[in-house]
Design a protein. Structure first.
Length: 338
């Protein structure tokens, strides 16, 4: 996100009574799990991939609109479904935004998967058993069981005893190390325990380490497919950190400029797909930072994730408060599963 007036802060103020009620936007949750068989990762080690986009300017197609505010899409290979957060208007004296995890089963079924999740960014663990969620409702990173949908543990409770601002986006590696951003967009009226700083953190086995607390309002975060580079969206830019085998990170370096960066994902070739909130676009970069093209969606694009049986469908969340939609587009290179 940008310095100063940030898109997510503007979005929080913009959420008004025009919001579509969650109950009217989705069907009731199915009592049982999907019968889909889990699929292997779409990424083939050592494979050579061609250009990811069919043209330099690609247009996505609306799957369904009418949601309040969509974020954090992630593909669940076990069930062949897409999970995403639907955030509502701030409520109560603390001004916290309720949210629920929705489940989209292609081609057109939406249902509430986890009510009252308090979530923003989501990621399925590499073993496919749990859903990690940046949960701004209690200012933590939570772990949900995909089998019974219960919030089983708090993966990251605080840092050095101080509550986070409002964990926002996250990414998890094959070794179980999870990285997450902590801007203050959904902190509401709760006390600032981070001393005015916003940051990037990593957590493994419940131990939280600071990656960087000098990045203003960090937002989207994604790992390279080989796990050796961490990318984070900052102030009109994307930065990167080298990742060591133990999950620790090196110093921050510049990767690319982008207007109002929001959420992001990566394909199997290491190309980055970064949402620009103000532009309503997903910008595509090669691993070297070369601009490969754009994918257009509705206004105010928040995030993107790969999915589908072959991993070549890019799902995009975009829209205006009270009128958000899920978009999709078929691409040439499959996407990384996390």
């Amino acid at each position: 996100m940008t310095h100063g007036t940030t898109p997510r802060r503007r979005r929080t103020r913009a959420l008004t009574a025009v919001a579509v009620a969650l109950a009217g936007a989705v069907a009731p949750a199915a009592p049982g799990a999907s019968a889909h068989v889990a699929t292997a990762s779409p990424c083939t080690p050592g494979a050579t991939y061609g250009p990811p986009l069919p043209t330099r300017a690609v247009t996505s197609q609306l799957v369904r609109g009418g949601f309040n505010f969509l974020e954090g899409p992630t593909w669940d290979q076990r069930t062949g479904t897409l999970l995403l957060s639907n955030m509502q208007n701030p409520t109560g004296p603390q001004g916290v935004q309720p949210s629920a995890v929705l489940r989209f089963t292609p081609p057109a079924t939406f249902e509430t998967f986890i009510a009252g999740s308090g979530s923003n960014g989501l990621a399925v663990t590499p073993d496919g058993t749990r859903l990690l969620a940046a949960t701004h409702d209690n200012r933590t990173v939570s772990s949900y069981s995909l089998a019974d949908r219960g919030r089983t543990t708090v993966a990251a409770a605080d840092h050095l005893g101080r509550a986070f601002n409002s964990p926002n986006d996250l990414t998890t590696g094959q070794d179980g190390t999870t990285y997450f951003t902590d801007p203050n967009f959904q902190r509401g009226n709760r006390a600032d325990e981070q001393g005015g700083r916003t940051g990037v953190f990593r957590v493994r086995d419940g131990v939280v380490h600071l990656v960087d607390d000098t990045l203003s309002q960090p937002n989207g975060v994604v790992l390279a497919p080989d796990g050796t580079t961490l990318y984070v969206g900052g102030s009109n830019s994307i930065v990167k950190y080298a990742v060591a085998p133990d999950g620790s990170t090196g110093g921050r370096t510049a990767f690319a400029g982008i207007r109002t960066p929001d959420g992001a994902t990566v394909d199997c070739a290491g190309n980055l797909y970064w949402a620009s909130y103000d532009e309503g676009l997903v910008h595509v970069f090669s691993p070297s930072g070369t601009r490969l093209g754009t994918i257009s969606a509705g206004r105010n694009t928040t995030n993107a994730a790969f999915g589908g049986p072959d991993g070549r469908t890019l799902y995009i969340t975009s829209g205006v408060p009270g009128g958000f939609g899920l978009y999709q587009v078929r691409l040439n290179v499959p996407g990384n599963p996390y």
